[in-house]
Write a protein that binds this ligand. Sequence first.
Ligand SMILES: Cc1cc2nc3c(=O)[nH]c(=O)nc-3n(C[C@H](O)[C@H](O)[C@H](O)COP(=O)(O)O)c2cc1C
Ligand SMILES: Nc1ncnc2c1ncn2[C@@H]1O[C@H](COP(=O)(O)OP(=O)(O)O)[C@@H](O)[C@H]1O
Length: 323
Amino acid sequence: MAPPFTVIRDTTPDSAIPRGAVVAMGNFDGVHLGHRAVIAAALEMGRAHGRPALALTFEPHPRRFFSPNTPQFRLTDERAKLRLLAGTGLAGAVVMTFDKARAGTSAQDFIRHDLIGRLGVSGIAVGYDFHFGKGRVGSPSLLVNEAPRLGIEVDVQPHVDIDERPVSSSAIRIALAEGQLDQATTMLGAPWFITGEVIHGEKRGRDLGYPTANIRLDANCGLKHGIYAVRVGRGTERLDGVASFGRRPTFDNGAPLLEIFLFDFKGDLYGQALDCAFIGFIREELKFDSLEALIRQMDDDSGRARAILAAAPDAFPRLGVID
Ligand SMILES: Cc1cc2nc3c(=O)[nH]c(=O)nc-3n(C[C@H](O)[C@H](O)[C@H](O)COP(=O)(O)O)c2cc1C
Ligand SMILES: Nc1ncnc2c1ncn2[C@@H]1O[C@H](COP(=O)(O)OP(=O)(O)O)[C@@H](O)[C@H]1O
């Protein structure tokens, strides 16, 4: 069994912090291939130093603090991010609350008090574009310049490119908004997933022969509306299915909802937490003139989803266990 993943917060007593750790520092929304390069550098440095490697991240996302009224499509909420980080081999994560005090801390004070004072880091890995501290004055080159004086090692990772474009959280958001799942999966290194609790719907699904586990996604979720091949995690169990994310134009044009039909499954899922990984985009949502036409289309969708999933037997994010 892997040792437990430690989550260190602002409220964690100093005595519970492993001194001399190496940190991979970033916002890490999505934990994509660029983030994974930074994490890999921290893991290697940790091995060289004989010290644990931790992620150091900020919550809520700093963008949320600076633009509270702008809707933000987050690829991972805090819990999803920590589960992905726990799946990388890191020993834990330092989650710093991003509030007014933190936003107002100068880069030098952050280095002196937080990184060196409280965490006592022996090394830092960052991505080429990571900025920190009041006014975003802290940069990779500032860390590199300060490293000898501080007696720590600093590693700066260049961007990871795919098709000559840097992997970034915003490029992944755009791919998901366009239904370009293959692009999103390639940049993430694994399919994108959400976690949600199964709620009650209109109870139409069972009459159509397609009972669907309904999950409300975050109101800011920018995933394209449409029909998807999905792989669902229920604890360690994996269940394949086909899902619709959208407003159901055939019926009510209601609030966007994720509705998952699981193949070869019978049972009650209400109240359960499911992880839903999006493996392939099948089509856009349509308005049907009859239930028969919708059912015929759902039969066809199921066949296509089964074929997509059969061709991707291992597609699922690697999630670690937290708390
Ligand atoms: C594979 C699949 C495809 C779907 N396609 C559409 C669609 O194109 N248009 C639409 O209005 N609803 C579509 N739906 C949504 C169904 O209308 C919805 O699942 C059904 O109304 C059951 O609702 P309930 O879960 O609230 O009972 C689809 C559902 C599934 C599972
Ligand atoms: N194969 C299946 N896929 C999804 N949900 C199923 C399946 N079999 C049974 N269920 C259960 O049926 C419920 C969905 O039935 P449905 O008639 O669509 O009701 P609702 O409108 O509440 O979603 C799910 O929440 C789950 O508890």
